[in-house]
Design a protein around this ligand. Sequence first.
Ligand SMILES: Cc1cc2nc3c(=O)[nH]c(=O)nc-3n(C[C@H](O)[C@H](O)[C@H](O)COP(=O)(O)OP(=O)(O)OC[C@H]3O[C@@H](n4cnc5c(N)ncnc54)[C@H](O)[C@@H]3O)c2cc1C
Length: 581
Amino acid sequence: MATYQAPLREIGFVLNEVLGVGRLARLPGWEEATPETLSGIFEEAARFIEEQLAPLNKTCDEQGCRWENGEVRVPEGLAEAYRNYWQAGWVGLSNPVEFGGQGLPYLASKVIGEMVCSANVAFELYVGLTQDCFEALLACANDEIKRTYLPKLATGEWTGTMCLTEPQAGSDLAAVKTKATPNADGTFSLEGAKIFITSGEHSMADNIVHFVLARLPDSPPGVKGLSTFVVPKFLVNRDGTLGARNRVHCTSIEHKMGMHGSCTCSLAFEGARGWMVGAPNTGIQNMFVMMNLARIMVGYQGLGLCELATQNAIRYALERKQGKAFDGGETIVHHPDVRRMLLYMKAITEGARVMAHETALHVDLAHRHPDAAVREQAQDWVELCTPLVKAFCTDSAFELGSLAVQVYGGHGYIREHGIEQIVRDAKILALYEGTNGIQAMDLVRRKLMLHGGRLPQRFFARVRGESTGDAPLGFIAKPLRQALDELEATTHWLQESYKTCPNDAGFGAADFLRAFALTYLGYNWLRMAKAAANHPDAGLRETKLATAQFFATRLLPQVATLCANLRHSSADYMKLDARNF
Ligand SMILES: Cc1cc2nc3c(=O)[nH]c(=O)nc-3n(C[C@H](O)[C@H](O)[C@H](O)COP(=O)(O)OP(=O)(O)OC[C@H]3O[C@@H](n4cnc5c(N)ncnc54)[C@H](O)[C@@H]3O)c2cc1C
């Protein structure tokens, strides 16, 4: 069985010695969120996660969710673990105190999120969507809706969903048909069918709060005619007690490749009562509050699985004896090809961790920093990096899961080791919350263009500032500067070519996203190498410098190739007759 040990030393190194999260405690209201306090919280969370969530991972996979007699049954032990989790206060960690949360930084909840995702990624979906639903209502709902739902969502006593997808409306939300008809009392009646709704039905919580995208009868066509509604499973009485069952029902659940502990439901809205959230026809903006956070959350699911794959592969390679290596070593960690795989896994996982935590840190700076200029810069960082975190971490999870199977050899393919589960669980991450193709288009079409191209310019300036000067870290600073030059030139090319030939930009978008993410990871490895160069912990110093070297020589050069490839015209491929594929 795959095992999980929370990488607390590594997380502490990233937060304190690379990102300097001590600065959070200088922001108003977070004076107590010092590195010492946060590290105590992470240790306590890690204990809970290792003891209660990690052992459930295999049960979740093997038993899965079942649809029996019109009810969703979750795997044994899941409901109890969820109750223990929210009652211990972990769901509400970063939610505002006024709604029953603990008011800690968003970053703190994401660090714990990373650990939960490694231990039991299916479990995290129940928590993560609840937090995102909370944030969307906090940002967009009126006071009455906030009073009714936020306190129970803040703690996790009720769970949340996001209901967008319909059979004909996946990536293209303009095709959403669910209808919301106004009632005389100010509520709405929703009619329609939603599919693939995560946590859409279960009995782990007393109520489920659906955040639904639907269309008013007189609305304009397309995304401009969508509105958002809150639709509870049980109606809520004025005094906060639960009333009648609402007319939203689960009609079936999906049988999936992985993520078996998470229920994926088809929901029928048959005159369900809903309350509008935000103004009419502003649904897509409101839903994006939830989707942007959910994209970061899915990136963390990817990071969690990268860590799980990497640490299990290393553990196995240290134990498995097979053949004699050139250096005489007997365990497979001595074979150069196995070392190559392990270093690749470490380089990606540890570099991606800095990317994810730095993005979460900027969510906090964008909300709380007293200086408006810092808030604006932080928000730019979050906007630019959200598609990178989502797509790069999740593509990497699938790739590293596959590499972990490779390190295990044939044993990795056998279910009892739990390694092939990582590959199956990871695949969905590249598909939901906007497929990774959609993330690449978001980067190229929106993020490069916003505010006259200010977002990437700020990124380039920051990375260039860090990578000036050579000795003694020229081994990574120099290839990073070269990668940055390529990336910047390609960014200008895309900003221009998009205006005249959007197909070229669309064809190259996935390669561009990877080139961007690898450059970002190069920046992270440079900073990790700097922090490790004179570190008193000799083991950490050695492993960080060797992995930085690996990244500089094996991964950073890929940026130039990716950039050169994507600048080729796509005309020949786009004119190929679709019938001749
Ligand atoms: C397990 C699971 C859980 C889910 N949970 C939820 C949930 O909680 N709530 C919810 O609302 N939905 C949920 N979904 C739905 C999920 O978000 C969609 O499956 C996803 O958005 C893709 O839509 P689709 O499957 O219709 O694929 P399609 O949109 O048909 O896409 C097919 C392919 O075409 C590509 N493509 C489509 N349009 C474009 C474009 N404009 N540019 C470039 N490429 C494009 C895609 O990248 C993809 O490769 C879930 C799905 C699954 C499987």
